[in-house]
Design a protein around this ligand. Structure first.
Ligand SMILES: Nc1ncnc2c1ncn2[C@@H]1O[C@H](COP(=O)(O)OP(=O)(O)OP(=O)(O)O)[C@@H](O)[C@H]1O
Length: 667
């Protein structure tokens, strides 16, 4: 078994403790075998001939051996406690550190439940085996081995006869082993699935309520709990069979031993003392053997756990650090992409032959239709992925050769999905390792337009953030994340749709902030809102994974291509500063294909019919099957069209954003 090797490797790292433990076990086993053997000499040499002197010698040897045995037991317990604790501590830490090293694809492959189960139930069963089962297994195996040698010396014929019959004790468990392994694996996977459901339910409780999906989750949970019951029952029955079989076999063996032993005594091939010693020793060897088979289910279970933890430990990060990485100086000269092709999976590429050069201090925007690869390009520039072909370069170094810590000091990524830690706002802003002072923190919060909001909370900067930021509004979370990034004073600020959750007034303030800091910092901003990048030094327009157009706003409008059509789509609306009231121009309506040719006076009447609807995050606007009686134009924000596919769950089939429309059938 692989896990035996794995355990031995861990155990032998603690040489002194391991040696102490082995010595103590040897002493204990030797005593447990020698004690029954003393019966032969007591009966044959002391009791039968009534020899008091021999009796006293045997008694003395037993007493000294007993004392030694007690001391060895205490030393063994101590060394085992230290040894197993050390091994488990190392395993836990190794697993944790290994997880931290992993890249994004790993976290997309393994769900939270998969990893939590490995830390909880798998680690617990590994701990059990390291602390209890394997030392016990070692001790009992040695007892069986040494006991058998002694039995052979007492009466080899009886020993061989018993050995042949003893195979019965091991055949049963062996036959059931594969079944037990399968039962264990099934049970663990069922645990994982259930953990993932709990995780999804807790994280998505708002969406579940909003979309009224409680029933779906209840059904899923009911099925998974039923699976836990069925697999748990199978596991219980297999384990019970495995434990019961050897005990039954031991009973049969005892009967045979008395029969054959009696025969040997009657034919003067064995003394009475010899038989008594044999019987006692055989019972203790049998007990040790049966203990071994009791341990087997436990060892199988932990073998599976070792296998599952081993599987994680074998995963190599897809983005790894070079063996001798280049330390970047604290200044940025340029960053860019050189003929980059990249796909999240081998089946398709999300970026194709993308080349761009960004010099220090410039403000660059990536725009384009949804799914065109803007965020993917930013992920590669942040080195969360490495390109399949081509290179991402920083200060003319291939990003793959650069030390991660020096790169992360230069560059900070702020994304739309803001994650805040469950600690105070202050901790979230300052984090570890930053040399920022309280004044710097307040300044960054002011720049991100969140200082006043924080100060309006009773505990101010000491306000506790709950549920990874879920206790705050999307805009508050986003502004704290922007302040956190600014506080690190990065030379390269990578922004991925950072203003999409903000109201127009706050968005305008963040855009002003970008204008203030541009030049000092290199800014790359991914956005679908073109009005916010009019001032950018260069705009790259992405289309189907390629850069379709590049230039300044004015240059791109002159080209009259994709950018122009995106720009026109997003214009012709008027939105109040709080984002709650919108109107649409007649000219904008006239551009919609189905209003073509309609007189402006009629369109004016239609424009007046529009009202503003504000949708909350994750709120369903239209559900399949509902009567479509409203025509919508999205002034601001993103809508996903999600389809429920049986057995596959929900699939995003399209994304609509600023300027897109839907529900024309209602017209
Ligand atoms: N982790 C991922 N694994 C697999 N495919 C992905 C992953 N992330 C994005 N994609 C796919 O890659 C393509 C490009 O996505 P990307 O997020 O870069 O586009 P985008 O232009 O930023 O769009 P949006 O504005 O909607 O965010 C899309 O088809 C998307 O579904």
């Amino acid at each position: 078994m692989n896990f035996v090797k794995m355990m031995l490797r861990h155990f032998t790292q603690y040489k002194l403790l391991f040696s102490l433990f082995i010595i103590s076990i040897l002493i204990e086993v030797a005593y447990s075998v020698a004690a029954p053997l003393s019966l032969k000499y007591l009966v044959d040499e002391a009791f039968t001939p009534k020899n008091f002197q021999v009796f006293m010698i045997i008694l003395g040897v037993l007493l000294v051996g007993g004392l030694l045995n007690i001391c060895a037991g205490a030393v063994g317990d101590y060394s085992l406690g230290k040894l197993s604790g050390g091994v488990i501590r190392k395993l836990r830490l190794d697993l944790f550190l290994h997880l931290q090293k992993q890249s994004l694809p790993f976290y997309q492959r393994y769900k939270v439940g998969d990893l939590v189960t490995r830390f909880s139930s798998d680690m617990a069963s590994m701990e059990r085996v390291v602390r209890v089962s394997s030392p016990y297994f070692l001790k009992e195996s040695l007892s069986v081995l040494l006991g058998l040698i002694m039995l052979l010396t007492i009466q080899w014929k009886l020993t061989l006869a018993m050995l042949v019959c003893s195979t019965l004790m091991f055949v049963g468990p062996r036959l059931l082993q594969t079944r037990a392994e399968r039962a264990n694996m099934n049970f663990k996977e069922a645990q994982e699935r259930f953990s993932n459901t709990i995780d999804e339910m807790v994280k998505g409780h708002r969406t579940i309520k909003g979309l009224h999906q409680q029933k779906r989750f209840q059904e899923r949970a009911r099925q998974q709990i039923q699976d836990l019951f069925s697999f748990g029952f199978k596991l219980h029955m297999t384990n019970s069979f495995m434990e019961r079989l050897p005990l039954t076999a031991l009973l049969i063996l005892n009967g045979m031993m008395i029969g054959f032993g009696g025969y040997l005594i009657f034919h003067d091939q064995m003394t009475v003392g010899g038989f008594m010693a044999f019987f006692t020793l055989f019972m203790s060897v049998g007990q040790a053997g049966s203990n071994l088979s009791f341990l087997i289910p436990n060892l199988i279970e932990s073998g599976i756990s070792f296998q599952r933890v081993g599987e994680i430990l074998e995963q190599q990060p897809s983005v790894s650090e070079a063996s001798t990485p280049v330390e970047l100086p604290p200044a940025l000269t340029s960053i860019g992409m050189n003929q980059v092709t990249f796909g999240y999976t081998e089946e398709s590429d999300q970026l194709r032959d993308v080349s761009l050069h960004i010099s220090a201090g410039s403000y660059v925007a990536f725009v384009g239709p949804s799914g065109s690869g803007k965020s993917t390009a930013l992920q590669l520039l942040s080195r969360f992925y490495d390109p399949g072909l081509g290179t991402v370069e920083i200060n003319d170094y291939d990003l793959r050769t650069v030390s991660e810590s020096s790169f992360r000091k230069l560059a900070v990524l702020v994304t739309q999905e803001t994650f805040l830690f469950n600690t105070t706002v202050r901790d979230n802003l300052l984090l570890d390792g930053t040399e920022a002072t309280e004044a710097d923190m307040v300044e960054a919060a002011k720049q991100a337009n969140i200082h006043e909001t924080i100060m309006s909370w009773p505990a101010g900067y000491d306000t506790w953030v709950h549920h990874e930021g879920g206790s705050l509004s999307g805009g508050e979370r986003q502004r704290i994340a922007i302040a956190r990034a600014l506080l690190r004073n990065p030379k390269l600020l990578l922004l991925d749709e950072v203003t999409s959750a903000l109201d127009p007034a706050t968005e305008a303030e963040i855009n002003e902030l970008i204008q203030r800091i541009r030049g000092e910092q290199t800014i790359i901003s991914v956005t679908h809102r073109l009005a916010s990048v009019v001032q950018a030094d260069r705009i790259h327009v992405f289309k189907e994974g390629r850069i379709a157009e590049s230039g300044t706003h004015a240059e791109l409008l002159q080209q009259n291509g994709l950018y122009t059509s995106l720009w026109e789509k997003q214009h012709g609306f008027h939105l109040s500063q709080d984002g709650l009231h919108a109107t649409v121009d007649v000219e904008r309506l006239a551009k919609l294909p189905f209003f073509k040719g309609i007189e402006l006076s009629v369109l004016q009447g239609i424009a007046a019919l529009f009202t503003t609807e504000v949708c909350k995050e994750n709120e369903a606007v239209v559900r399949e099957g509902e009567e479509g009686n409203t025509f919508y134009i999205i002034v601001r924000g993103k809508f996903e069209i999600v389809k429920h596919i049986p057995d596959q769950g929900e699939r995003r089939v399209a994304v609509l954003q600023d300027g897109d429309h839907f529900g024309e059938i209602a017209l």
